[in-house]
Every structure is written in structure tokens, then in C-alpha cells.
Design a protein around this ligand. Structure first.
Ligand code: MG
Length: 376
């Protein structure tokens, strides 16, 4: 790893882990944040990402992004950006790989449905569920629950948070109340997430046939890049034309992110991690790139995410999640024993944990097992 900037997160300025763990002599070959990354990759929640929807439900096609391939793309973009800015690449990778661990099955439709179900019981928010997954739900250590990740990795998972939730998060929620920023590595992951999903949703949208190249002509940044590809490669068509265009879109955005952020950092000149947390976010797109991204997002929202075929799947997802939640909270004995609360515990929250942990296909199967009379 190249030498880190003074405002990068390091093991030396880290706020550390919640539980004392391990003998330093056993782990001298890995940095603290490599250890975090490795713990995330070995977790059960990480493996489940393979079968969770990004936009298209897992069984709709083998080539669409899942939460797993999305997370890998985010990690790749975040690592490259962190390295270019002399920030901690291992931390950026760890946050990226963990950022979607708390997602429900069926993408945003699933999250909205579970949030509706939990309205009387504190709501459901996938960021907080990702944190709950790494802090509590993973069962891998003898001495404590969760993965015992470093403060900065956990902080990076919480992209947004209401003041009410922030107050319950203790030291992790402080920055939302004092309006401080997360580490620059966490800021990178937030924008790497956007770069990844905007571009892969264009790719998946075209692959599915729900959006077309003609429609995308209305999106200025796409029209500009595809015109450049057509000029450079006259007669090119099909998948290669799409991939050449998307490749350029991603590269342009990543370069813009690195150059704009480097400029912001140079202007602000933070002398330490603590200083980098004060003031405005330093990792950002230029105003032009930001405006173009907004236009692309608007296009995806109206043309893809609200396409009737996507909405049909979302409506089915809402029904499945609503049915499961009602059945389990109405009769907790239907739950696997480890999710049944005896005594005063929060049964609704445990039902939400169970449902949020499901993959798309597991949720569909569980729904069938509970509601189809000819299945057991
Ligand atoms: Mg994401």
C-alpha cells in the first residue's frame, strides 16, 4: 500500500473494537482493516447477498447484478479511489463489502414493505440492519455476538440516520447530531455505491429490454459517451457498444470524483483525521458531474424502477413480506426456535431479523410453505 495521507484512517488513529480480541502476535501479517474485510467475506450475511435482488429478482436471469456483485463493484471503485487519494484502501473495501449486508430480499420494495410492517415497532432501515448484522446477528465468536469490527468500518456502514436513531447509536450516532463527517474512506464508499448502481442499472436495464438505447439518448451524459464510442468505432453495435459506453461513463465519473476530491482536500488541507471530519464532505463530484448523475438517476427512476414489469415484482414482494410478517408476529411459534422470544423481548424485531436475512428464493419458498395448502 502506498504511504497514507495524514487524514487517512489507520490502526493508530482508529477508535478500535468494542470487545478486546485476539493476541496481536497471531495477526501481525494483516492490518486491522484487512481483518475486518476478511471477517465480512467469511460471514453468513455476505454469502446471502448472492441471492438477493438489486433491481431484478434473482431468478429473473443469471446475468443481472445481485447484491453480491453490486457490492464487489462498489469495492473495486472505492479501492481505486481510496488508493489514488492516499486513503486506507482496506477500510474502503471493508465498508463497501459490508454496506448492503442488512438488505431485505427483493431490493427496495422489500425494505419498504418491512418498514411498513415495523411502523409500530421502531421501523426498519437497511443501513441500521447492516450494522445490527455485523454487531449482533452474526454468530462466529465464542466470546461475543457479531463480528467485532473496528469503529470506522461500522461508522461507514451508516450512510444516513435520523436524529432519533442516532441518539440510540451512542458514539456511532454522534456525528449525525454534531453534523460532523464520517472518514474520507466512508465518504468514498457512498459515492462509489452511486457510481456502481447508476451504471450497472443502465446495463441491466438494457439487457432486460425494459429500457432502450433510443430512450437513453435523452440522458445527456449517456448520449455524449455513446456518440464518442460511435465516432471511435464506426459500425460497432450490440453488447460491445453498450459496454464501451458504460466503461467510459464509469471511468469519467471515477476520475471526476478523484480530481474533485483531491482539489477539495488540497483547499481544506486537513492535518489529521479529526480535522477531515469537520466542515463539509471533502469527497464529492464536480457540480457538472453531480448534475449529470442526477439526470441519469431521474431517468432510471421513471423509466426503469417504475417500469410496470418492475412494479409488478415489487408488488409481489410487498405481498410476500407483508404475509410473512403477519403470520410470524400473529403466531410466533411458526418461527424457527432461535427467532422465538420467550418473556419480554421484542418479537417484532426478531421477525424483522428473520425476514431481512432471507434470500429472495428463501422468502418465496417460506411463503409457499406457510400459505400453499399442498406444501409443507
Ligand atoms: Mg449499495
Amino acid at each position: 500500500m502506498p504511504e497514507l495521507a495524514p487524514y487517512a484512517v489507520t490502526a493508530a488513529n482508529s477508535r478500535g473494537r468494542q470487545h478486546p480480541d485476539g493476541e496481536p502476535s497471531q495477526r501481525s501479517h494483516r492490518s486491522e482493516f484487512q481483518r475486518d474485510r476478511d471477517r465480512i467475506v467469511h460471514s453468513t450475511a455476505f454469502r446471502r447477498l448472492e441471492y438477493k435482488t438489486q433491481v431484478f429478482v434473482n431468478h429473473e436471469g443469471d446475468l443481472f447484478r445481485t447484491r453480491l456483485t453490486h457490492s464487489l463493484e462498489v469495492a473495486q471503485i472505492a479501492r481505486g479511489t481510496a488508493r489514488a487519494l492516499q486513503l486506507n484502501e482496506d477500510l474502503a473495501e471493508a465498508i463497501s463489502l459490508a454496506h448492503d449486508l442488512g438488505h431485505t430480499p427483493f431490493g427496495h420494495a422489500g425494505q419498504d414493505a418491512l418498514n411498513d410492517c415495523m411502523r409500530q415497532d421502531g421501523g426498519f432501515e437497511h443501513n441500521l440492519q447492516s450494522l445490527r448484522t455485523v454487531d449482533l446477528l452474526e454468530e462466529r465468536y465464542a466470546a461475543f455476538d457479531g463480528l467485532n469490527l473496528c469503529f470506522e468500518t461500522r461508522e461507514g456502514i451508516i450512510k444516513h440516520c435520523s436524529p432519533e436513531n442516532a441518539r440510540q447509536l451512542g458514539d456511532l450516532g454522534e456525528r449525525f447530531l454534531s453534523r460532523a463527517q464520517p472518514s474520507l474512506e466512508a465518504q468514498i464508499c457512498n459515492l462509489a455505491d452511486e457510481i456502481a448502481y447508476n451504471n450497472h442499472d443502465v446495463d441491466d436495464g438494457l439487457r432486460s429490454g425494459l429500457i432502450s438505447l433510443e430512450q437513453l439518448q435523452d440522458v445527456e451524459v449517456f448520449a455524449r459517451h455513446i456518440a464518442a464510442v460511435r465516432r471511435a468505432h464506426p459500425g460497432l453495435g450490440g453488447r460491445r457498444l453498450i459496454h464501451e459506453t458504460i466503461r467510459r461513463l464509469i471511468n469519467t465519473l471515477v476520475c471526476d470524483l478523484i480530481e474533485t476530491s483531491a482539489g477539495n482536500i488540497a483547499r481544506q488541507a486537513p492535518a489529521s483525521l479529526a480535522e477531515a471530519r469537520l466542515g463539509p464532505p471533502l469527497v464529492a463530484f464536480s457540480a457538472e458531474a453531480f448534475a449529470e448523475q442526477r439526470q441519469l438517476k431521474r431517468f432510471l427512476r421513471t423509466q426503469l424502477y417504475q417500469h410496470y414489469q418492475v412494479l409488478r415484482m415489487a408488488s409481489k414482494a410487498r405481498r410476500i413480506i407483508g404475509d410473512l410478517f403477519a403470520a410470524f408476529t400473529g403466531e410466533p411459534r411458526l418461527l424457527p426456535p432461535q427467532y422465538q422470544i420467550t418473556g419480554d423481548g421484542d418479537q417484532a424485531r426478531r421477525v424483522a431479523d428473520y425476514i431481512a436475512g432471507m434470500t429472495d428464493r428463501y422468502a418465496i419458498r417460506e411463503h409457499r410453505r406457510l400459505f400453499a395448502v399442498d406444501q409443507g
